[in-house]
Ligand binder design. Structure first.
Ligand SMILES: Nc1ncnc2c1ncn2[C@@H]1O[C@H](COP(=O)(O)OP(=O)(O)OP(=O)(O)O)[C@@H](O)[C@H]1O
Ligand SMILES: [Mg+2]
Length: 271
């Protein structure tokens, strides 16, 4: 463990978290989505959560973001319960959720308006929106409406919108899943650039094991509502998405993840 790791306070602490949904009919059993999950995430750490469909990843994020109340267990975000920590949190989904009647710039301004109200003036909101849209490489599209943007550009604007509110912790639920492989690689690069500059605490969910290894400081593996493995990604940054698969460390990590997920007999598209 490096010295700076020991000195960095945990940004997120999850202890014995359980999320149980009521049964759809009285004859069904309740759905145990999260079953005794515990982990800590350090300030500035980029943690990726992987697991097969239905293993509870989104449920964990929703509890962290204060959208679900846990059935039992405790969660602390920057030392507070999730609802009290709302102003520290940003949440980004696979669907960009951009407002179609607002331009890229005004979508980001809207998020700033919601988060900061009148404590940021109009011109401050505008300047910050432009700054973040430029940071993710779509400065040329500031005044375009969402329907005038490609999927990759829309997702970049969504990234700018989440990042512009300058949250301390960021939850990202398969944010690049809907993009084609090449666009995804480009947006991953933009995301890593922004993260490297600002070093926010990030919890990132993906089904894509290469994406997980490319992005993460640490990978948490879930199966059936439980954490079954945690893997530190000791591959130097910046990582090259074209070369990383050649790295023996990548191959052994990939193998370990496949084993943890018990994917040997599952076609990759069903992960
Ligand atoms: N609101 C809900 N009511 C009842 N059951 C739910 C609800 N939300 C999730 N579940 C169940 O909880 C389990 C975990 O769901 P969750 O969405 O957390 O999985 P996930 O790992 O994010 O899956 P995916 O990779 O498909 O997004 C699933 O069995 C799901 O059917
Ligand atoms: Mg999910």
């Amino acid at each position: 463990m490096r010295i700076e790791d020991r000195q960095t306070p945990a940004s997120i602490t999850v202890e014995d978290l359980e999320v149980v949904f009521p049964p759809p009919t009285p004859d069904d059993p309740p759905a145990v989505a999260v079953d005794g999950v515990s982990f800590e995430i350090n300030t500035g750490e980029l943690v990726v959560l992987v697991g097969r469909s239905g293993c509870g990843k989104t449920s964990v994020l929703n509890v962290l973001a204060g959208l679900y109340k846990p059935t039992s267990g405790s969660v602390s975000i920057v030392g507070k319960p999730p609802l009290a920590a709302r102003d520290h949190i940003g949440y980004m989904f696979a669907r960009d959720g951009l407002l179609p009647w607002r331009t890229a710039r005004r979508n980001v301004e809207f998020a700033l308006e919601i988060r900061y109200g009148r404590s940021l003036s109009r011109s401050e909101r505008k300047a910050r929106a432009i700054e973040y849209i430029e940071k993710v490489g779509v400065g040329h599209a500031l005044n375009r409406y969402p329907w005038q943007l490609s999927n990759g550009m829309r997702q970049r604007v969504a990234l700018a919108r989440t990042w512009a509110i300058e949250p301390d912790v960021l939850f990202m639920d398969e944010p690049f899943a809907a993009l084609d492989a090449q666009t995804r690689a480009e947006v991953q690069r933009e995301f890593l650039d922004v993260w490297t500059r600002d070093k926010k605490t990030v919890v990132f969910v993906t089904h894509d094991l290469k994406e997980a290894i490319l992005l993460a400081d640490r990978i948490i593996v879930m199966r059936g509502g439980k954490v079954v493995d945690q893997v530190s990604v000791d591959i130097a940054r910046p990582r090259d998405e074209n070369m990383i698969e050649e790295d023996p460390a990548y191959r052994s990590m990939h193998h370990r993840l496949i084993e943890g997920l018990q994917l040997d007999h599952v076609p990759s598209r069903e992960i």
